[in-house]
Design a protein around this ligand. Structure first.
Ligand SMILES: Nc1ncnc2c1ncn2[C@@H]1O[C@H](COP(=O)(O)OP(=O)(O)O)[C@@H](O)[C@H]1O
Ligand SMILES: [Mg+2]
Length: 373
């Protein structure tokens, strides 16, 4: 499917486009690794490809880097079509999932490796100077003589980064760079990477299957599924206006109620949920009457109360999460779903207990009718 109502494949306005994919597909024999990708990446942007394993993220990066030639479509870098331009001639560097460092060489030797291969040769002093500066940038000053096999995972990760940024690429491609790090180190590196990106002003394209990582670091995220781009947008756009059930479920948590679209004329459409209960919700324009859809409502958009208007539900369970309390709720037609109640609301009214009856309500605009794909 395309990007629907919320097409965001154009880069943010007013910024120079550094890279562009137009209708790019890649087949490995019968296997379609990526299909009809179109997207613009603007200067200084931090863009992520997010999707499950096997959805084509690495292939998309390798096409940008020049390690794969697309079967169809066009790759444009800095305004030029580069489909057949070899990787080492592109203003692009890639940090691989396995860092591909030389284990017996020192950090400095690894970082300077690419510069030493350049012809005509660069003066040794110039190479050394750049290597030391780059070591400082990735906070490895003092580690220049350490061999790779003597370094921790986090330090190796920084060497791999340094080796990529020393060439001052226009575009830095990072393939799951934090996958080998433990959770705490990963958090630290996420912050460091963001700082580094701002400091260097290099355009970053990150591949990850970790939604938290993508949401916290990116200007825009490209959500992928089975080789296709499902939606491109800022983290907030994807969270507030997902164009499909897939995106709503991939970015954050949501309650989904399955049904059939019965009316799409007004601002709010109507869905017959579970073949019996009509519910109103906001809808996009490309949904047809009679279509299988779902209504998506974020747990924090739902309120529990004892009086007023709402649906009668039964509280099944309560989990205290600090800032929020999470309730598992049952409604006789809608089934089980989650309500997230902020701490203030919990302080104002006495909390609900398992077994209590309660009313649940939400703003109609918080309920979205989505394609069930
Ligand atoms: N060199 C290749 N030969 C054959 N199939 C490949 C090759 N590279 C990737 N694929 C297939 O293309 C699909 C996408 O792979 P990949 O881009 O590595 O996904 P991801 O990085 O999202 O895990 C997968 O089905 C994978 O098996
Ligand atoms: Mg991959």
């Amino acid at each position: 499917m395309g990007n629907g109502d919320y097409a965001q494949d154009a880069a943010p306005k007013g910024r120079k486009v550094v890279a562009e994919l137009r209708g790019v597909s890649k087949y490995f024999g019968e296997v379609c690794a990526v299909s009809d990708l179109s997207l613009s990446i603007s200067e200084g942007e931090f863009l992520s490809f997010l999707g499950p394993s096997g959805c084509g993220k690495t292939t998309a990066l390798r096409i940008l880097a020049g390690f794969e030639v697309p079967t169809e479509g066009v790759v444009i870098l800095d305004g030029d079509i580069v489909n057949s331009l070899e990787a080492h001639h592109r203003p692009v560097n890639m940090v691989f999932q396995q860092y591909a460092l030389f284990p017996h060489m020192t950090a400095a030797q690894n970082i300077g490796y690419g510069l030493r291969q350049r012809r005509p040769r660069l003066p040794r002093a110039e190479i050394a100077d750049k290597v030391y500066k780059t070591l400082d940038v990735v906070r490895l000053g003092g580690y220049e003589h350490r061999r790779i096999w003597e370094m921790s995972g986090g330090q190796q990760q920084r060497v791999a980064l340094a080796r990529a940024i020393i060439n001052e690429p226009k575009l830095l491609l990072l393939d799951e760079p934090m996958a080998a790090l433990d959770r705490k180190l990963r958090k630290e590196m996420q912050i460091e990477l963001q700082d580094l990106q701002r400091q260097l002003g290099i355009t970053f394209v990150l591949v990850t299957h970790d939604q938290e990582e993508a949401l916290s670091m990116s200007d825009r995220i490209c959500i992928m599924r089975e080789g296709c781009i499902m939606q491109i947008g800022s983290p907030q756009e994807l969270y507030d206006r997902p164009n499909s059930r897939y995106v709503a479920g991939f970015v954050g948590t949501s309650n989904f109620f399955d049904g059939i679209l019965t009316d799409n004329k007004g601002v709010l459409g109507t869905v017959r949920v579970n073949n019996e209960m009509p519910m109103q919700a906001s809808h996009g324009s490309d949904l047809a009457i009679g279509q299988d859809v779902c209504i998506s409502i974020r747990p924090e958009q739902m309120k529990l109360h004892r009086q007023g208007e709402g649906l009668w539900v039964k509280v099944l369970n309560r989990i205290f999460l600090g800032e929020h309390t999470e309730y598992l709720i049952n409604h006789e037609t809608l089934g089980d779903f989650l309500v997230l109640s902020p701490r203030q609301a919990e302080m104002a009214e006495s909390p609900f207990n398992p077994g209590d009856r309660a009313l649940v309500s939400w703003e109609p605009s918080a309920a979205l009718i989505l394609d069930n794909k």
